[in-house]
Structure formats: structure tokens, C-alpha cells
Design a binder for this molecule. Structure first.
Ligand code: ADE
Length: 418
């Protein structure tokens, strides 16, 4: 079996960490048990392009238990956990193509390794498998029943592809399930981003001025957790509604050009291009720390930053010092890539439990129903979303009320008022 990982000798550590994460993924465990009996993915080749983490390993093993043949590559050159990749390849016999720090050419070679195996279902985090099929490997589309997409950025790309009328198979937007984005994007990104910044810098957040660009679910999570650590949080937004939410949530809101002058730590989570640019880097305080927790490494204009720079050096792991011509230093974390996955371990297992429960059940849904679907972007069926919320509550030991017959009737009746 072919695979490409950094060091197969890391497998022992990886296996134990995969087991550690499994403990905190009870919903996925339940699905694995049911998959083991039902085998809904029997004979289905699944190609996955996801962050290669302990949580993803548990998803891959669940799909295998459901009968799938699974191939895995990384969805970001810096997010791979090499010990996990080694364990999946050696302990679980899975063709894995992922090496932390791989260059762009290797990254795309790995995507092609997965596509060479002619997946019938593709599973993306950022839409790179689907976009490669549509741009470079059009013939492969005929064999694809459908795809699932994990993240906001990927869903935006895929909706744009569908809108242009070129999407060649159905896609399920896992990101848009309530049990995904309300928890993973908010609490997962919130915690793991702070974790990444702290691990990379060991800076005290308390009392610092922390600037968050973007107040979507990820931005809300990062702002909330930075505030919880005692930082003074400033939010920069382009959307009036979201900006208003940030104001009402108690944050200062201002354009990034103003925030740039006062921030100590900057984090972008917008999903858009060049959110912090040359003109902003120029005005930053000496020692400003800049990072990104959005999907692609495009939110910070690093090329622009380089043109302002006299010299650069890596001052500690994941921290690069840019000494500017104006004499000040700006510190860039993780090369502008996802800081939560590059310098920490991504979202904790407990929250990925719900995201990946959506992935597993959506894959089974595609295997069963995909041929009847149109070539467009679908929501995760509501029944699946609700079932995952129910299972998560059960596994947390939380009970909730049920409506009385009288309450149900009241909610259904337009005639009744006070
Ligand atoms: N995205 C964010 N955190 C992740 C994790 N732990 N595993 C896989 N994908 C992720």
C-alpha cells in the first residue's frame, strides 16, 4: 500500500493520541457502532481532504467501519499531525498522503494521489478536491456520487461553482448544519485559536488589546474567548449587522486602519483576501503579533508586509520576526496559516464529535440517496442535524423538557393570544 507520511516511527504516539480523542467523541462512537452493523458505505471509495488530526482519524475509522475504502490527504500544508498520519498508515492500513510543512507542489501531488484512486464520495475542508476535479480532472467527476464540505470558505466556493452552473455532482454543506457551525466555528475556533496563539508566543493575553477581524461564528468565538482571558477586544467588520452584534456584545468596533495603530495581537477570521494590508502593517506598534485563523493563508497580505521589511528571522517555532524599514518589528505566526491547527492541535475532540458526526451521516446519506440528488449544494437533512443534537445531549447526560399536549396545541393555533 502506498502512503506518504513524515516518519512511520511516530505511529505509537499517534495511535495513543487517536484513542485519547476517541474518548471525547461519543456521538461518533455511536455512529461507528451502528455503521459496523449496517455497513452503509460498503464498497464505497471515499477520498478525504481534511486536516489530518486525531479527530479526523476517528472519522476515517468510522467510515471504514461503515464499509468504505478511505484515502486521506491534508487540507492545509501546516495542519498535519505527523504521528497521526503515521498511525493511520501503519496501524490502520490507510493510504494517507500528508506531511506537516509540505510545499505547495507536494500538497497538490497529495490531492492527486487521492483523486487517482477514483473516489465515489469526496470529503473536503476548503473544497480543494472538488475544485481540482472541476479545473484539472473533469473526467473524474462522472464517478463521483457526491461530496461533503466541512468549512465556511469551502461552502462559499462551492456555492459560487453551483451558481455558475458548472457543479458536476451534489454537495452537502456540512458547515451549515446547526450542530456544526454553532459549536465548531464558535467554541472550537474560539478555544483553539487562543490555544494556538498562546502556545506559539506564551504571551499574557490579560490586559492586551486584541483585534479580531470578522465577526462571523469564528470571530464571535475568538472575541468571546479573548475577552474571557482578560484582553480588551476590538472587532473590525464590513457587515453592518455583524458590526452591530459586536457592539451589543460589548466590543469596541472600528475600521482595521484605526485598530492597526492600537492592537497588540491581531487575528483574522473573515474568509476573505488581504484583510490586513501594507498600509496597516506600517502603522502597527513595535512588537505587534499578527495571525490568521481563517481557512486560507490569504487574509494577511504577507507579500505586502515583505516589501516593508528590512530583515526577517524565525525567533521561535511558528513565530517569524519581520523587522520593518521604519524600525519596528511585527511578529507573524504560523506563516499566516491557520494558527489553531499549525501551532496547536485544532478544535478539541468534543466539538469535532458533532462536526464529524455530520460528515459520517452525510456520507451515508450520499451513498444511499446521492444518485437522486441534483447537482447543487444541499443542507444537511434537518433530521440528521436534530438527531446529532439529541445524541450529544444524551452523551453529556443532559435531559430536556418535552412540550405538553396543551403547549403543542397552543403553538399550532393562530387563534389563541393572551
Ligand atoms: N478543524 C479544526 N479543528 C480540527 C480538528 N481538530 N480536526 C480536524 N479538522 C479541524
Amino acid at each position: 500500500m502506498k502512503y506518504h507520511v513524515k516518519d512511520i516511527g511516530l505511529r505509537g504516539k499517534g495511535r495513543k493520541r487517536i484513542e485519547w480523542a476517541e474518548r471525547d467523541m461519543p456521538v461518533l462512537r455511536r455512529i461507528r457502532e451502528s455503521f459496523s452493523e449496517r455497513r452503509p458505505l460498503k464498497g464505497v471509495r471515499v477520498g478525504a481532504c481534511l486536516h489530518v488530526t486525531t479527530e479526523t482519524a476517528n472519522l476515517m475509522l468510522t467510515l471504514k467501519e461503515g464499509g468504505a475504502e478511505v484515502y486521506l490527504c491534508a487540507s492545509n500544508p501546516l495542519s498535519t499531525q505527523d504521528d497521526v498520519a503515521a498511525s493511520l498508515a501503519k496501524d490502520y492500513g490507510m493510504p494517507v498522503f500528508a506531511v506537516k510543512g509540505e510545499d505547495n507542489r507536494t500538497y497538490y501531488n497529495h490531492i492527486n494521489e487521492v483523486l487517482d484512486r477514483k473516489p465515489m464520495i469526496t470529503m473536503d475542508d476548503g473544497a480543494d478536491l472538488v475544485s481540482t476535479i472541476h479545473m484539472k480532472r473533469k473526467k473524474d467527476a462522472a464517478g463521483v456520487i457526491g461530496s461533503t464540505e466541512e468549512t465556511t470558505t469551502g461552502v462559499i466556493r462551492l456555492k459560487s461553482l453551483a451558481k455558475s452552473g458548472l457543479l458536476k455532482f451534489p454537495v452537502i454543506a456540512v458547515n451549515d448544519a446547526a450542530t456544526k457551525h454553532l459549536f465548531d466555528n464558535r467554541y472550537g475556533t474560539g478555544q483553539s485559536t487562543i490555544d494556538g496563539i498562546v502556545r506559539a508566543t506564551n504571551r499574557l493575553l490579560s490586559g492586551s488589546t486584541f483585534v479580531v477581524s470578522g465577526y462571523g461564528w469564528c470571530g464571535k468565538g475568538v472575541s468571546m474567548r479573548a475577552k474571557g482571558m482578560g484582553a480588551n477586544v476590538i472587532v473590525a467588520e464590513v457587515d453592518p449587522l455583524r458590526a452591530l452584534e459586536a457592539v451589543m456584545d460589548g466590543f469596541r468596533v472600528m475600521p482595521i486602519a484605526e485598530a492597526a495603530k492600537v492592537g497588540d495581537i491581531f487575528c483574522t477570521v473573515t474568509g476573505d483576501l488581504h484583510v490586513i494590508r501594507k498600509e496597516h502593517f506600517k502603522t502597527m506598534k513595535d512588537g505587534a503579533i499578527v495571525c490568521n485563523s481563517g481557512h486560507f493563508n490569504v487574509e494577511l497580505d504577507i507579500k505586502g508586509l515583505k516589501t516593508l521589511t528590512k530583515s526577517r528571522r524565525v525567533i521561535r517555532e511558528f513565530v517569524e520576526e519581520y523587522r520593518l524599514k521604519n524600525g519596528r518589528c511585527v511578529y507573524l505566526l504560523a506563516d499566516g496559516r491557520l494558527v489553531n491547527l499549525a501551532s496547536a492541535e485544532g478544535h478539541p475532540a468534543s466539538v469535532m464529535d458533532m462536526s464529524f458526526a455530520n460528515q459520517a451521516l452525510s456520507a451515508a446519506y450520499l451513498a444511499e440517496r446521492g444518485s437522486k440528488l441534483e447537482n447543487r449544494v444541499y443542507a444537511v437533512p434537518e433530521a440528521i442535524d436534530k438527531e446529532i443534537a439529541k445524541m450529544k445531549l444524551e452523551t453529556l447526560g443532559v435531559k430536556i423538557d418535552v412540550l405538553t399536549a396543551e403547549q403543542k396545541k397552543y403553538l399550532e393555533a393562530w387563534e389563541m393570544g393572551t
